[in-house]
Design a protein around this ligand. Sequence first.
Ligand code: ATP
Ligand code: MG
Length: 254
Amino acid sequence: MLKIEGLTKHFGGLAAVSDLDVSIGPGETVGLIGPNGAGKTTVFNLVTGFLRPTKGRVVFEGKDITTKKPHYLAGKGIVRTFQATNIFPDFTVLKNIVFAHYLRPRISFWETVCHTQSSRRKEAEILQRSHKILELVGLEPVAGTTAGTLAHGYKRLLGIAIALAAEPKLLLLDEPFSGMNAEEVGTTMQLIDRLEQRGLTILLIEHNMRAAMNLCQRIVVLNFGKKIAEGSPEDIRENKEVIQAYLGAGEVIA
Ligand SMILES: Nc1ncnc2c1ncn2[C@@H]1O[C@H](COP(=O)(O)OP(=O)(O)OP(=O)(O)O)[C@@H](O)[C@H]1O
Ligand SMILES: [Mg+2]
């Protein structure tokens, strides 16, 4: 489904990502892990069109998408969440999801303004879909709550719900568990599991090795922009270079 080939990104003299090759098959959940500053988010920015690579290419469903823009890629089904959640804090939870639907190219602005019969039908569909997404992520009970007042874990779930409104084929999650307490991590892990069971392809950035190992069939490890290991969670756990990279960064592998 996704093929990253020789992907390289330089920021001035810094090689944030170096000659990276990663392939992801349909329905797979692949983890992208590594210490702070390893280049994980930069890979997401490159795949989703927020940055242009210095070298290399990204192929999605057989098509070269290297120079495509985020909006176009979202329309094709490549959707990401952000490390810092982006929600509309003054909107209710439900309105955040309804609004996310309008960011898609399917409903034209004029159709909405003119309020045609077909646009009214689409609006009803969107409302129904929005409730379904909220049910799926477990936010339906707080559908009427102002998003900015939600607890941190709920805000992060809302970030995932907003991404789901774009009907992704490939969902890229950037540290979905960051700042969550143990209970919230558990809930979010169950949600990612459900998404996986529904056949979604997932690329998961995670700082927390334990969570990544529980969810992913395969893990790619980055350090200083380079892939230092790739394999099953069991292989990665035992990998000396990986352990060294995490210890070198003063971090502990859980
Ligand atoms: N837009 C940018 N301009 C300059 N340098 C950048 C930019 N984005 C990232 N970097 C640098 O590239 C390197 C990789 O950053 P990146 O955010 O991809 O790491 P990361 O693995 O996501 O780290 P973290 O776990 O802290 O989120 C870092 O040294 C970072 O400072
Ligand atoms: Mg990051």
